[in-house]
Design a binder for this molecule. Structure first.
Ligand SMILES: CCCCCCCCCCCCCCCCCCCCCCCCCCCC(=O)SCCNC(=O)CCNC(=O)[C@H](O)C(C)(C)COP(=O)(O)OP(=O)(O)OC[C@H]1O[C@@H](n2cnc3c(N)ncnc32)[C@H](O)[C@@H]1OP(=O)(O)O
Ligand SMILES: NC(=O)C1=CN([C@@H]2O[C@H](COP(=O)(O)OP(=O)(O)OC[C@H]3O[C@@H](n4cnc5c(N)ncnc54)[C@H](OP(=O)(O)O)[C@@H]3O)[C@@H](O)[C@H]2O)C=CC1
Length: 514
């Protein structure tokens, strides 16, 4: 067992956001590599008619946990779900559960957050700031606590171009924002939100920055560290390549382009696509937990989990790799053949939206109406375009993140731990990106779209049919336009005459005739 894995033996760990994308992979890795750990407490709320136990059961029965169940057959006994709602001011944890958490917890990983870009400021402050504050307060009463690890985002200071592993001051103190949420009504909050978030694109990045500030100001004597991942994508290697279970970040757009809905995207081709595999982030998180508890750095250390500084992949290259992956691994029942143009200004974006998104949607809806079905494509297209407008900011800017603390931490690891942590940095090397993207697309097909791989030949056949329809449609359109032109314009008729006679006049005389 590696040094870091051994550290977690016999530990009681508290994870918030354990039902989320990152939290699940973190929990899986902890159980798989440190099966001797004592217990993982997870703060979890009943949701969608499911009890806590049903939610845990669903996670343990997912593909993600298959390996864990072999290595740690009693994993279900080691997960202790604690009913909690971070939207409530007291976190809605019962007295008994609170007592158990306060007396038992050794390490806290705080992953829970609202990651929605359109969250109302009140909701985002409640979850990303106030809940963090409450958890810190709880942590300060934990008698055996060794480390508190907070997951933030590399974009919390996306208003800057170069971002160091430091906390940047916020123009308005988090305390004041928290207080004001108590007495301001929603209409006033809506009005002041643009002024508060300033040159950040949304309430998410703003409240994540406030959350960091709260950690900085209110962590007292706790051993605290902050991790800032960039755009978290499917797993690179662990527990298996390509694992993904939500449509956030690039995944939704990869689906939309693979299914042929997304045909153009306002993007800066030369901007860096700072995607980082989820297992890379988790390995760093686990190593940071160990380092913070064992080495107890004097100040709060911040760790960037980014890829662009090691070996950047540009959006242009990432896009081409995604398209290349669709050739091998097509999605089923595509609306059109996958092809995406990057547009770079308002005019071309609007033009291509009209030609490539709205026009086909309107034509298809017309066809649905004709065949007695309910039109739905225009609605879907509009939702897609709304989503794109929320994500656009991140595909049109580049950032430079320093990674000194992350590098320092890697150098502190044993060779065995280094191998694990360095290995998952591989997709950052140019020729590994294609392999990563292929596994990502495959993961989306298998785990998100739940499509059978046996259907790939049929999906390819469908794409070939779509290509033929596309050529046929273009040829027919060209002929109609040309015919109309010839009927109405003398110039067009002259050109047509020239074309028709040109090859005859240039024909070389055959030697036989000479
Ligand atoms: C020059 C020539 C060049 C030529 C090159 C050729 C190039 C070819 C390119 C081809 C390949 C293209 C693919 C490339 C991929 C590009 C990806 C770029 C992605 C950039 C992502 C940046 C993310 C930044 C991350 C910041 C990191 C973080 O810290 S936070 C984590 C990330 N958080 C999120 O991602 C949350 C975002 N989502 C939201 O905020 C909300 O979902 C929403 C506001 C967007 C929508 O909310 P709404 O209330 O409408 O409802 P909701 O229920 O949530 O969803 C409604 C429908 O929208 C769909 N949906 C949701 N999210 C996405 C998504 N990310 N992508 C696509 N679709 C999404 C969802 O399915 C719902 O649809 P329906 O079911 O149909 O209703
Ligand atoms: N995904 C990404 O690209 C990036 C993520 N991050 C950060 O990583 C962390 C995890 O993100 P990710 O896993 O992607 O997000 P998810 O949306 O997948 O998960 C969010 C988690 O928070 C929980 N949660 C939300 N609201 C509450 C609540 N009121 N009470 C209790 N739990 C709640 C969710 O529980 P439930 O299942 O009940 O909704 C879920 O477990 C976040 O802090 C995020 O800011 C940083 C950079 C990029």
């Amino acid at each position: 067992m590696s040094m870091v894995a051994a550290f977690y033996s016999n530990k009681s760990i508290l994870i918030t956001g354990a039902t989320g994308f990152l939290g699940k992979v973190l929990m899986e890795k902890l159980f798989r590599t440190s099966p001797q750990l004592k217990v993982i407490y997870i703060l979890i709320r009943p949701k969608a008619g499911q009890t806590l136990q049903e939610r845990v059961f669903q996670i343990l029965n997912s593909k993600l946990f298959e390996k864990v169940k072999e290595i740690c057959p009693n994993v279900h006994e080691k997960i202790r779900p604690i009913s909690a709602d971070l939207n409530q001011s007291d976190l809605a944890i019962s007295k008994e559960d609170m007592q158990e958490l306060l007396s038992g917890t050794n390490i806290v990983f705080h992953c829970a957050a609202t990651v929605r870009f359109d969250a109302h400021l009140r909701e985002a402050v409640q979850l990303n700031v106030i809940a963090t504050q409450k958890l810190l307060l709880m942590a300060s009463q934990m008698s055996k606590l060794e480390a508190f690890i907070h997951i933030s985002t590399a974009f919390s200071n996306c208003n800057l171009k170069r971002i160091d592993e430091v906390i940047y001051p916020c123009p308005v103190e988090p305390r004041k924002i928290i207080d004001s949420m108590e007495w301001l009504d929603d209409a006033i909050i809506d009005e002041i939100t643009p002024k508060l978030i300033g040159d950040r694109p949304n309430t998410y990045t703003y409240t994540k920055a406030l959350g960091e500030m709260v950690i900085h100001q209110e962590s007292g004597n706790l051993n605290v560290a902050i991790i800032r991942p960039s755009i978290v994508g499917a797993s690179w290697q662990e527990p298996f390549p390509g694992w993904i279970d939500n449509i956030n970040g690039p995944s939704g757009l990869i689906i939309a382009s693979g299914k042929g809905f997304l045909r153009s995207l306002r993007a800066t081709p030369m901007a860096i696509a700072d995607v980082i595999p989820v297992d890379t982030v988790v390995n760093l998180t686990i190593a940071v937990g160990w380092y913070t508890a064992v080495h107890r750095p004097k100040s709060t250390l911040i760790y960037h989990s980014t890829s662009g500084n090691l070996n950047p992949c540009l959006w242009h290259d990432m896009g081409l790799k995604v398209l290349a992956a669709f050739e091998k691994i097509p999605f089923e029942r595509a609306f059109r053949r996958p092809y995406v143009d990057f547009t770079t200004n308002n005019f071309t974006t609007q033009y291509w939206n009209a030609v490539s998104h709205w026009a086909p949607a309107i034509i298809y809806d017309f066809y649905l109406r004709l065949t007695g079905r309910k039109p739905r494509m225009l609605k879907l297209m509009n939702r897609l375009l709304r989503t794109i407008s929320m994500l656009e900011y991140f595909i049109n800017h580049s950032w430079e993140w320093s990674t000194n603390n992350t590098e320092m931490l890697l150098s502190e690891l044993s060779p065995e731990d280094q191998r694990v942590s360095m290995e998952v940095r591989q997709p950052s090397h140019a020729n590994h990106w294609l392999e990563y993207i292929e596994n990502y697309v495959l993961g989306i097909k298998k785990y998100l779209l739940k499509e059978d791989l046996a259907g790939i030949p049929k999906a390819k056949e469908h794409l070939r049919r779509l290509r033929n329809i596309h050529y046929l449609f273009n040829t027919a359109l060209f002929l109609i336009v040309w015919r109309l032109l010839i009927a109405r314009s003398q110039t067009a008729r002259n050109v047509w005459f020239l074309i028709m006679t040109c090859p005859l006049r240039q024909e070389p005389k055959s030697p036989a005739r000479r």
